[in-house]
Design a protein around this ligand. Structure first.
Ligand SMILES: Nc1ncnc2c1ncn2[C@@H]1O[C@H](COP(=O)(O)OP(=O)(O)O)[C@@H](O)[C@H]1O
Ligand SMILES: [Mg+2]
Length: 271
């Protein structure tokens, strides 16, 4: 039997009690799966990911992690909080939120130090992860001396070094060049092969296609309107169109006006 890691029941969340951001979310996430969360800007993807990471809590409804409810009170228990932070790692959409130390090296080792990992183990992991993400030359730079793509890789390294079982990745390839995107996607797939659960938000349908066993689709009302296999979701061009994930694209082709549906980035959906 597959074990359920996250179970959300009828979750509502609003910022400051007045800006709704999640409306009636009912989802389960099984261990070892690759989950893509897609939706237009402002549809609730980041909010859902923050909720899964125990950074915010629902106004109503419940969020369970391996059977325990995630509440502010649960995180007041230091043992629970440390165990959760070792198992679940979030990479923020905006790397600036994650990078606050004087150098990339200090940012990367901050998490493991907080979790009480031994310095020699941290050094070994730092060496490995800096090699995998090609960060060795950047370790002594301050975050403001890095490009957005470099910052994104440092933020990713600061989560991967903890080696969490569950990786929650908020638009992890935004701003990365195609080669780096490919490299990082391959890394994610390898991590999933080794048993890690991936939850990735994106509006790049290529990524949704590749990374996911299940795709959750948000609409503008901050609800999950549909979920299913990547094949099922990505072939539903009406759903994608209605939810701003593809648009009608008109151009001249052999002297005639030609109209077809066109995805954000470059994913083409046959219609
Ligand atoms: N800190 C905040 N304060 C108020 N509203 C917010 C805040 N963050 C996000 N929102 C609102 O919550 C909704 C969902 O946002 P978000 O989860 O960031 O969407 P996405 O990641 O899909 O772009 C949007 O309407 C957004 O304006
Ligand atoms: Mg977002």
């Amino acid at each position: 039997m597959n074990s359920i890691i996250f179970e959300l029941k009828n979750v509502y969340f609003s910022y400051l009690g007045k800006f709704p951001a999640l409306c009636g979310i009912d989802i389960s996430i099984e261990q070892g799966k690759k989950i893509a969360v897609i939706g237009a800007n402002g549809s609730g993807k980041s909010t859902l990911l923050h909720l899964l990471d125990g950074l915010i809590f629902p106004d109503s409804g419940s969020v369970k992690f391996c059977g325990s409810e995630l509440t502010e009170n649960a995180f007041n228990n230091e043992v629970f909080s440390m165990e959760f932070r070792k198992k679940v790692g979030l990479v923020f959409q905006n790397p600036d939120v994650q990078l606050f130390c004087p150098s990339a090296r200090e940012d990367i080792i901050f998490g493991p130090l907080q979790l009480g990992m031994a310095m020699n183990e941290i050094e070994i992991r730092l060496e490995e992860i800096a090699g995998v993400l090609d960060l060795k030359k950047l370790l002594d730079r301050a975050p403001h001396q890095l490009s957005i793509g470099e910052k994104r890789k440092v933020a990713l390294a600061s989560t991967l070094i903890i080696d969490p079982d569950i990786l929650i990745l908020d638009e992890p390839t935004a701003g990365l060049d195609p080669l780096t995107t490919r490299h990082i996607m391959d890394l994610f797939l390898k991590l999933n092969d080794s048993g890690k659960t991936l939850v990735i938000s994106t509006h790049d349908l290529h990524i949704a296609e590749e990374i996911s066993d299940i795709v959750f689709v948000f609409n503008q009302e901050k609800k999950i309107v549909k979920y299913g296999s990547a094949l099922e979701i990505l072939n539903d061009s009406r759903l994608l169109h209605d939810n701003n994930l593809i648009h009608i694209h008109t151009h001249m082709h052999e002297g005639k006006i030609h109209t077809h549906r066109h995805a954000h980035q470059s994913y083409h959906v046959k219609t």
